[in-house]
Design a protein around this ligand. Sequence first.
Ligand code: COA
Length: 258
Amino acid sequence: MYQTLLTSLEEQIFIITINRPDKLNAINNMVMSELSAVIDEVYHNAEIRSAIITGAGPKAFVAGADISEFEGLTIEEGKKLAQKGQDVFQKIEDCPKPVVAAVNGFALGGGHELAMACHFRIASENAKFGQPEVNLGLIPGYGGTQRLVQLIGKGCAIEMMITGNMIDANTALQLNLVNYVVPQNELLNRAKSILAIANSKAPLAISKCIEAANAVFNETKNGYQVEMTGFGECFATEDMKEGTAAFLEKRKAVFKGK
Ligand code: COA
């Protein structure tokens, strides 16, 4: 179905693999369009409860936007490229189902921005993170200037952006950029085991947790208000009735996402 992505559904976890290993999974126009389409699939396919994004091969998650497509772009075309990337990555961040980046190698430029748009990140020991755009006379354009500051703080973010230096997985862990560092052969299983726990919980409550956490960084929203509204709305769900009844009846809850 996709030319640049591989997908598989395992126990309601949708695994999306960016599949251009000979170009270190660089994001060209086709990859960006297909990422947009695949995230729509995550939103709308009821069999999918959560997703993992990773890269093909042992070397790279995604080594950035495809530099070969930059040549000759005008100011307007450059802005449009950033707009498209920002829109797709925003859709990932706003996804009501958890999306985890399993960073299996280089996560540079647009690849780092893609990982940061996911709800959290797990890294393999060989992972490397960076925003090397200044080496090209560019800046991050797919939300990286904003999300990097949000995730690791302004000082460390500006240092990464103005030097273009890469950081290794353990440094990323210290900076809270990733939640775990694991051997490469355990990476997908670690992501799956965390999502298996999330998948056993109430889906609507999960989506409201994500929405409220995202509101922290959205100036147009009052996060406390989003939380209050979401909390209230939970009382109208079958899952809330099931969850509380199951607790009182000392049995395991069965959630339906209703
Ligand atoms: N865009 C387009 N092609 C890319 C790419 C990118 N962002 N990153 C890697 N590739 C391609 C290389 O051109 C090369 O293709 P080729 O075999 O046809 O020449 C292939 O992927 C392998 O990369 P190579 O550079 O040979 O691997 P390496 O192990 O020597 O170096 C990196 C790995 C990641 C350090 C290096 O590829 C790199 O610096 N990539 C660009 C990173 C970047 O600036 N990203 C931000 C873009 S805005």
